[in-house]
Ligand binder design. Sequence first.
Ligand code: HEC
Ligand code: HEC
Ligand code: HEC
Ligand code: HEC
Length: 435
Amino acid sequence: MKIASLLILIPLLVSCSFMDRSKTVEPREISIIYSGNLDGELEPCGCSLEGDLGGILRRATILDQLRKKDSSIVTISSGGLLSNRPAEHDKLTAEYILKGFSQLDYDAIGFQWQDLAYGEEFLTADLPWVVSNWQGGFFAKVKKIRRKSVTFSFFSWLDPKQSPFQNISDKQSIVDDSTAFLVEKLKQAKKLKETTIVTTSLTLDEAKSQLPMQLIDLLISQAAYEEYGEPRWVENTLVLTPGSRGMRLGYLQIVLGAEGNIAEFSHSVIAMPQSVEDAPELSQWYSEYNQKIEENYQKEVAVRNAQRKGDSPYAGAKTCKTCHQSAYDIWKKSRHSKAYRSLSNVNKSFDPACISCHVVGYRKPGGFIASHLTKNLKNVQCESCHGAGVAHIKSKGIAPVENSTWSKEKMCAQCHTQKHSPSFQFDRYWLQVKH
Ligand code: HEC
Ligand code: HEC
Ligand code: HEC
Ligand code: HEC
C-alpha cells in the first residue's frame, strides 16, 4: 500500500516542479555562497593539515574565482565573526577581521551576540550587518539583495534568551523579543514573491518553535563545529547548517519557483586547503596585521619586564594579606573581589568605559592594563580605595598608603556615582564592607 502511493507521488512531484518552472519567463537559477562563524579566527593556525582549511586570504581568492565565472553569485554570512571568549590581544585580530571581511564584499551578514564582544562602537568597519530585532537604528533590520529577476529579503534573528546583557537593566531591551516585526516583514516579502532568508544562532528545533518557518524559504541555523551539514527540508523551508572557525564555504545552487520559493537545489562544500593561494588584493592588509601583532607582542613583553622588576606602585591584595589578614578575609567575601568577573559575564571586560571602576589603578602608572598582563590588579581591591601601597609595604607599614588623607566618602565616590550606583548611601554600604 505504502509503496504504491509513493510511486504515484513521485511523478506528481516531478510534474509539479516542471509546471512551476514553465510559469516563469527566464529560468530563475541562482548560486549562493554562504558561510558561518569565524569565531575570531582570521586565518587557520596551520598546525595540522585537516584544520588548515580557511582564512580570509584564501576565501578572497575563492570568491574572486567564483565571481569571475558567475557575476550574479550571492554571498551571505550568518555572522559570528568575532569570538565570544576573547582575550585582550584578540582585539587587534578582531579589528583586522572586520577590515579584511569588508574587502570580501559580502551582500549581507547576519549577527550573533559574540559579535558584540567589544561593543557596538567597535563595529565601525563598513559591513552589511543585519539584525532584524535590534532596537534602534544601529543595524539594518532587513537587506534586499537583487540579482537578475530575483529579489532576496535577508533577515537575522538575535535570540533574546542568549543575550549576555540580561542582568544589566539599561541594556535589557537591546533587542526586541517579539517576532511581530519579523513576521510582518516576511509576509510583505512573500507577497512580493521575494525569496526570504533568515540567519540565526538558534538550533533547528529552537527555530521551529520560535520562528515563522512557513514564511522562510532559506534558514541558516546554528553553525556546527567546523564542518557543514547536509541541507534539509522542513516543509517548504530549506535549512542550512554552516561550519565554524572560518573553515570551508557552502555553495548552494537553487532554482526558484514562481512564489520565490526554492523549487530545486544542489549543494556542495568548498574546502580551502593550503593549495589555494592568498588573494593579492589583501596582501597589504595582511602585512599590516602581522606588523601590528608583533608590535603588540613587544609591548606586552616590555610591560611584563617592568612588572617583574617591581616598578609598579601597586602590590595587589594578596600582598596586603600578609600583614592584614582580617581585612583581607572581609574583602574577599565582598562583591568588590568579584567585580571583574561581573564584567566578563556581560562580555564587557575589554571596554575601557567599564574597566576603570572594576579594577585597580586603570590608566594610572603601573596600574591595571589587561587581565593577562596585570592579573593581580583585577577587581576592586584594597588599593582601589586606599591607593598605591608598595611604598607602605616596603617601609613595613610606616609610610602611609597613598590615599591615607582621604575621607571614606571620597574613596567610595570614585566609583559609586549616581549613574552607576543610584541607591548608594554611605552608612548602609560601608557596613557591608567594613573592616
Ligand atoms: C609588611 C606588613 C604590611 C603590609 C604587607 C601591608 N601593611 Fe598596611 N600596615 C602595616 C602596619 C605595621 C600598619 C600600621 C598599623 C597601625 O598603625 O596600627 C599598617 C597600616 C595600614 C593602614 C592604616 C594606616 C594608614 O596608613 O592609613 C592601612 C589603610 C593599610 N595599612 C593598608 C594596607 C594596604 C592597602 C596594603 C597592601 C597594599 C598593606 N597595608 C600592606 C603593615 C603592612
Ligand atoms: C564610575 C564607575 C563605574 C563604571 C564606569 C562602571 N561601573 Fe559597573 N558598577 C559600579 C558600581 C559602583 C557597581 C555597584 C553598584 C551597586 O550595587 O550599587 C557596579 C556594578 C556592576 C555590575 C554588577 C551588577 C549586579 O547587580 O550584579 C555589573 C555587571 C556592571 N557594574 C557592569 C558594568 C559595565 C558593563 C560597565 C560599562 C558599560 C560598567 N559597569 C561601568 C561602578 C562602575
Ligand atoms: C571599598 C573600599 C575599601 C577597600 C576595598 C578596602 N578598604 Fe581598608 N578601609 C577602607 C576605609 C574607608 C577605611 C577607614 C575606616 C575608618 O576610618 O574607620 C579602611 C580601613 C583600613 C585599615 C585600618 C583599619 C583600622 O582599624 O584603622 C586597614 C589596615 C585596611 N583598611 C586595610 C585594607 C586591606 C588590606 C584591604 C584589602 C584586603 C582593604 N583595606 C580594602 C576602605 C577600603
Ligand atoms: C574602584 C571602584 C570602587 C570603589 C572605590 C568602591 N566601590 Fe563599592 N563597588 C564597586 C563595584 C564595581 C561594585 C560591584 C561589584 C560586583 O558586584 O561586580 C561595588 C559594590 C559594592 C557593594 C555591594 C553592593 C550590593 O548591592 O551588594 C558595596 C556594599 C560597596 N561596593 C561599598 C563600597 C564602599 C562603602 C566604598 C567606599 C568605602 C566603595 N564601595 C568603594 C566599585 C567600587
